[in-house]
Design a binder for this molecule. Structure first.
Ligand SMILES: *Cc1c(COP(=O)(O)O)cnc(C)c1O
Length: 389
């Protein structure tokens, strides 16, 4: 009789069966049992379908990449442990010491910090530029410029990037990476406007339920091959469970985006007239600086983010947050199914110098509302009560 130690150790048997599961399985496994030395070579060479080590590839990574690539109009992609992991995989596979990167001035705080770190540690040159000013972009381009990084819809002022004009200014030699986290492919597909690599923090809308940390880049075969090499060597790989959850989240992405756009648009129209609101940023409002681009590029899919400026700076924002909680919590993320609020100057853009923050227009009185799936009338009532004198 086999000893219980051996029986227990070798458990986890999966029976063979011919009825495929209606929902995908989760492959929580470090490695895959191989058919032999020759068979392993076939898998390594890509001649036989198969996997061998989850840091390199896993069916759940592939399922998630497949779906996001299809939504974004590409065929290839790399899933990573977070949005920042995906940016690292892309950038570290494309630049070397002495190269130059152009980055939008209005950019996610960690993207800004990542590039500064590349500059100080690896002598990669970085210029932050107002990417709505094509003359400024043209002037910033150098012979060594390899890469440009922008957000299709910027955080937190929600400015829509004029991607066609930017691509024309950059030309075909500079790789254009577009962070499409806010817009999602339901808003716009950056590939249709010249993006070479589309980047997402899948921790946000793609998953959409506030319970995953995941990132992805999608693009052409060769760029993704290089990025995959960086991903697996630097250990930026995603977790199969997170990919599984986000794959499930993706199924309702179009429904969620339509819903949050409708609710956010109604809230923004109402808030624009509210006496406590000094300035409001929502691409669906006629007075928003990029409303025209929001109509031509986003085709009215303005999304669920609204930024609001009130008088009184951080103290006033804090009072509003105290009144909104716990129904609408202060949570330093976005795109949860629930409505949340965040404070850019103190969270996503905290690590920017005061000067850089002000140059980006992110003042101390601005907070951002990530509109969720609740009923408009309930949200309006809660926000109205929190804004009250
Ligand atoms: C959150 C976010 C990121 C970073 O993604 P993580 O998943 O947190 O690493 C990048 N860009 C934007 C616009 C984001 O909102």
């Amino acid at each position: 009789m086999t000893h219980p130690a051996t029986v227990a150790t070798r458990g986890g048997h999966v029976p063979a069966f011919s009825t495929p599961p209606s929902a995908p399985a989760v492959y929580m496994t470090t490695a895959f049992d191989l058919p032999g030395l020759a068979g392993f070579e076939e898998i390594l060479a890509g001649r036989e379908p198969g996997y061998f080590y989850t840091r390199v590839a896993n069916p759940n990574h592939e399922a998630f990449v497949h779906d996001v690539a299809a939504l974004e109009g590409f065929e290839h992609g790399v899933a990573c442990a977070s949005g920042m992991g995906a940016l690292s995989a892309a950038v570290l596979s494309l630049v070397k010491t002495g190269d130059h990167i152009l980055c939008a001035r209005a950019i996610y705080g960690s993207t800004h910090q990542f590039l500064l770190q590349l500059q100080s540690s690896f002598q990669v040159n970085v210029t932050f530029v107002d990417t709505s000013d094509m003359e400024a972009v043209r002037k910033a381009i150098r012979p060594s410029t390899k890469l440009a990084i922008v957000e299709s819809v910027s955080n937190p002022l929600l400015e829509v990037c004029d991607l066609p004009a930017l691509k024309e200014t950059l030309g075909s030699k500079i790789t254009l990476i577009v962070d499409n986290t806010f817009a999602t492919p339901c808003g716009l597909r950056p590939k249709d406007h010249g993006a070479d690599i589309v980047w997402h923090s899948a921790s946000k809308y793609l998953n959409g339920h506030g319970d995953v940390m995941l990132g992805i880049i999608v693009g052409e075969d060769e760029a993704m091959r290089k990025a995959r090499a960086s991903m697996l060597l630097y250990g930026l790989n995603a977790n199969p469970m997170e990919c599984w959850l986000a794959t499930r989240g993706l199924r309702t992405l179009p429904l969620r985006m339509a819903r949050v756009t409708q609710t956010a648009n109604e809230l923004a129209q109402w808030l624009a007239e509210h006496p406590r609101v000094r300035r409001i940023f929502y691409p669906g409002l006629i007075k928003h600086p990029t409303h025209g681009l929001a109509n031509s590029l986003l085709k009215g899919s303005y999304g669920g983010m609204i930024s609001i400026e009130v008088d009184g700076g951080a103290a006033a924002v804090d009072t509003i947050f105290q009144r909104l909680a716990p129904a609408i919590p202060f949570s330093p993320t976005l795109a949860d199914a629930r409505t949340t609020v965040s404070y850019p100057a103190g969270t996503s853009h905290k690590f920017m110098s005061q000067k850089d923050r002000e140059a980006s227009g992110i003042t101390e009185g601005i907070f951002r509302l990530s509109v969720g799936l609740e009923e408009f009338a309930d949200l309006k009532k809660e926000i109205e009560q929190a804004l009250g004198e």
